[in-house]
Design a protein around this ligand. Structure first.
Ligand code: ATP
Ligand code: MG
Length: 560
């Protein structure tokens, strides 16, 4: 796989860090942070950022902080704060005692704003939001200076203080940095630092009614934590001059911002705002619906932290945006589960088979290998009886030549059991559906002691009807039918939802599922990887199909 080559090479961030270390910048210290806004659950894109920030810190004996970027009181929630921590821990990273909140710095950040005002570098503007945005100009036309731009320092200080004290209405005033209304960089045209919001904050309550903007809070928070390398996604590249302007004017710790490409994956959306809509509009069952690209969704689907970390390693870190194929994520989980998942028999669509020459009171417990990739995993026993289930699509009434499974007068091996031959079958006279196969087994062909010399091409999975367990099995398909559902202007991304993204079947599984726990994973032989859903009960098992055994993405045309 081409992406694997990247593993041994330094990515561009590592190159920057190694150069900084050669120059003894920051005394060789590396300190990063992961700064989620607690307005939704983490998704696979965040995993890339987490693996990068915590991974870099580990690699260079540095530290990585977790900092909630909780500057917007309206959209933030304690539920998100908790889920984010759970997901980062699950991925395998540890911020130790360095859990911070931008809101912890509200006082310090306010003091810094006062300093900028005192230096004549910030002013209170009474223009409305529309006037401000109009006055900002366009990328090709300079903006217009506000009539309030030249207020005295004294007046600005008084007004800012009153803003903070709650004496003004929302939208009536803002604090702006006084930079350059003609700058070719729109972000330097007197950016807004504070807005008035008479809204309670999930941590600071009603203590504040002015809230700092992202641009004003983020860099200052980095500097207060003495972050050496502040890694963010490419859309912030144009904000970097402002990030540096604040730090320089305030003579703060010189944190440096570096930008890398966001992760995009085909046939899905990776944006908290849009994922929130899927949850709110009940398109999915919740943030942890196994079809969601959230970390909690992937976890419930059966993804392991190792597989996601390997995926993030494989995609690497680049400066150019691109779209990653979902097949690469699935490759990562197959690769991991292939080595670790115990094998079991599970039948998604059962078809009954009667072995007419096998005594109906007899049962044999046959040894089955738990994991051919892992000799330590040993064997288990599975019961062979005169009535079995096989997969419905392992039988065809009129099979083509290349079909090596069961058909009239055809022979197959039942894995770990015997070779059977199909002599007859019954159909439902009304529906035409095949209901039962009647087969004979050859006692000479027992696996492990086959003396028949027979060779058959097909090997099938099976379970004993008497010993098998009922199972609800949830099968997932892509959530969207379009490769870039969020990328069509004028068409809402929900228009591209796949109506068949969840299919629930009533299957049968072998008896060896005692004491299973939610998230335990298995390979159902020849079917794919499955895990136990948290909805599962000992007497009514529920499985999710994590992924099929082979890559379907390349082959399948999306269903229309
Ligand atoms: P969203 O658009 O989904 O809300 P965001 O960037 O607003 O994403 P934050 O909570 O602000 O989400 O992000 C925390 C960190 O994760 C930021 O440093 C951000 O750059 C990074 N991040 C978010 N999405 C991706 C992605 N798709 N790929 C890589 N990094 C990402
Ligand atoms: Mg954000």
């Amino acid at each position: 796989m081409a992406a694997e080559i990247q593993k041994d090479r330094l990515n561009f961030i590592e190159e920057i860090i190694e150069r900084d270390q050669e120059l003894h910048r920051n005394n060789g210290r590396v300190h990063t942070r992961f700064p989620p806004e607690p307005n939704g659950y983490l998704h696979i894109g965040h995993a890339k950022s987490i693996c990068l920030n915590f991974g870099i810190a580990d690699k260079y004996q540095g530290l990585c902080n977790l900092r909630f970027d909780d500057t917007n009181p309206e959209k933030e929630d304690i539920e998100y704060v908790e889920s984010i921590q759970e997901d980062i821990r699950w991925l395998g990273f540890d911020w130790q005692d360095r859990l911070y909140y931008a809101s912890d710095y509200f006082s310090e950040i306010y003091e810094l704003a006062v300093r900028l005002v005192q230096e004549g570098l910030a002013y209170v503007d009474d223009q409305s939001a529309e006037e401000i945005s109009e006055g900002r100009g366009t990328p090709t036309q300079p903006g217009k200076e506000s009539a309030y731009r030249d207020r005295s320092i004294k007046e600005n200080l008084t007004l800012l203080n009153k803003m903070k004290a709650g004496q003004f209405q929302e939208g009536s005033k803002v604090l702006r940095a006084k930079i350059d209304m003609a700058s070719p960089n729109m972000h330097l045209r007197d950016p807004i630092m504070y807005r008035i919001r008479h809204t309670s904050h999930h941590r600071t309550g009603d203590q504040w009614c002015i809230y700092p903007t992202y641009d004003w809070a983020h860099g200052q928070s980095d500097a207060l934590e003495e972050i050496t390398h502040s890694l963010c996604t490419l859309e912030f590249e144009v904000h970097r001059p402002l990030y540096e302007w604040f730090i320089e004017k305030l003579e703060l710790f010189p944190s440096k911002q570096y930008e890398f490409a966001r992760l995009n994956i085909g046939y899905t959306i990776i944006s908290k705002r849009k994922l929130l809509r899927l949850v709110q509009e009940s398109v999915v069952a919740g943030w942890d619906d196994p079809r969601m690209p959230t970390l909690s969704g992937l976890r419930r689907r059966g993804y392991t932290p190792e597989s996601i970390r390997n995926f993030c390693e494989r995609i690497g870190v680049a400066r150019r945006d691109g779209v990653i194929d979902m097949a690469l994520l699935e490759f990562s989980i197959r690769e991991d589960l292939n080595v670790r998942a115990p094998r079991r028999f599970g039948i998604l669509e059962p078809l009954k088979v009667v072995i007419t020459n096998y005594p109906d009171d007899k049962e044999e417990w046959l040894p089955a290998i738990n994991n051919p990739e892992d000799p330590q995993a040993g064997t288990r026993e599975i019961p062979f009886t005169n009535e079995l289930y096989i997969e419905r699509n392992d039988f065809m009434e009129d099979p083509p030549g290349k079909f090596f499974r069961l058909g009239p007068d055809r022979e197959v091996r039942l894995k770990y059991g015997y070779i059977i031959k199909c002599d007859d079958y019954h159909k439902d006279p009304e529906t035409g559906e095949v209901t039962t196969l009647f087969c004979t087994y050859d006692p000479q062909t027992k696996s492990g002691s086959d003396t028949s010399g027979k060779k058959v091409k097909g090997t099938l999975g099976w379970v004993s009807t008497k010993h098998s367990l009922d199972a609800e099995i949830r099968l997932y398909d892509r959530l969207f039918l379009d490769e870039d559902p969020g990328g069509h202007e004028g068409t809402d991304f929900t228009e591209f939802l796949n109506p068949h993204s969840l299919q629930i079947v009533k299957g049968k599984v072998e008896c060896n599922f005692e004491d299973v726990q939610p998230f335990d994973f298995f390979q159902f032989e020849r079917q794919g990887y499955f895990n136990i859903d948290p909805d599962s009960q000992p007497e009514s098992l529920v499985f999710n199909r994590t992924v099929t055994l082979r890559d379907n993405w390349g082959k399948l045309q999306p269903k229309k």
